[in-house]
Design a protein around this ligand. Structure first.
Ligand SMILES: C[S@@+](CC[C@H](N)C(=O)[O-])C[C@H]1O[C@@H](n2cnc3c(N)ncnc32)[C@H](O)[C@@H]1O
Length: 210
């Protein structure tokens, strides 16, 4: 009985802490003018690895509701270009250098994703599959999305370019990491602070495309 009571107290404390973290990033996004708190995951990875630079051409896959588009557009500036793709529309008003297509990535070909006919500097994918709650099945769906992104990146990304994808932890992550190593000189796993520790999401970053 005592152990059960202790367990319940610990669970409540953990849930309260998680809620505070959730509320912190939710409120921060609101006050910073971002449409979603997922922006802070990209910001942290970008600050650590200097991913996005002025003038870059960037593809943002799974871009709705649009916080990564907002952040990226500001980082690349007027001389840069951003193309966002998502199954859902984006309701935000965005700068002129940002274009959004509502589409399924599985239906897209390399030519549909070129920006002004030139190679892409950075490909970002925050795409998440519809989850079933079955961990292995969800990890496989996420893996299928990332394989498609990796396949597109072979033709779209310039030499020395970078690819950042969200992945679900599980068996296929090691396979994906090996596949990244065939295309990138450096491969890193990133778990940003703003990503909840109990979440299965993790980011895989390929730097210096071969
Ligand atoms: C976590 S949200 C992205 C949030 C976004 N990075 C932001 O900052 O606002 C994941 C998105 O992936 C999109 N998505 C999932 N599967 C997709 C697919 N096959 N093709 C295009 N988009 C997809 C979903 O519609 C969803 O909007």
């Amino acid at each position: 009985m005592y152990l059960l009571a202790m367990r319940i107290i610990q669970d409540c404390r953990k849930r309260n802490t998680l809620k505070k973290i959730k509320d912190y990033y939710f409120h921060k996004a609101k006050s910073d003018g971002y449409v979603a708190r997922s922006v802070y995951k990209l910001e942290e990875i970008d600050k650590k690895h200097s991913l996005l630079n002025s003038g870059d051409h960037v593809l943002d896959l799974g871009c709705s509701p649009g916080s990564w588009l907002q952040y990226t557009a500001e980082k690349v500036g007027e001389k840069g270009q951003v193309l966002g793709i998502d199954l859902q529309g984006v309701k935000l008003s965005l700068p002129k250098n940002v274009k959004v297509l509502q589409a399924d990535i599985f239906d897209m070909k390399v030519q549909d994703l070129e920006i002004n006919g030139s190679m892409i500097d950075v490909i970002l994918s925050d795409m998440a599959p519809k989850t079933t709650g079955i961990r292995d099945a969800d990890a496989r769906r996420s893996y299928a999305l990332n394989q498609k992104v990796l396949e597109l990146s072979v033709s779209l990304l310039r030499s020395q370019g970078a690819l950042l994808v969200k992945a679900f932890q599980g068996e296929p992550i090691e396979q994906l990491r090996r596949e990244f190593s065939n295309s990138f000189a450096q491969v890193k796993l990133c778990k940003p602070k703003s990503s909840r520790s109990e979440s299965v999401e993790i980011f895989l970053l390929g730097l210096n495309k071969k």
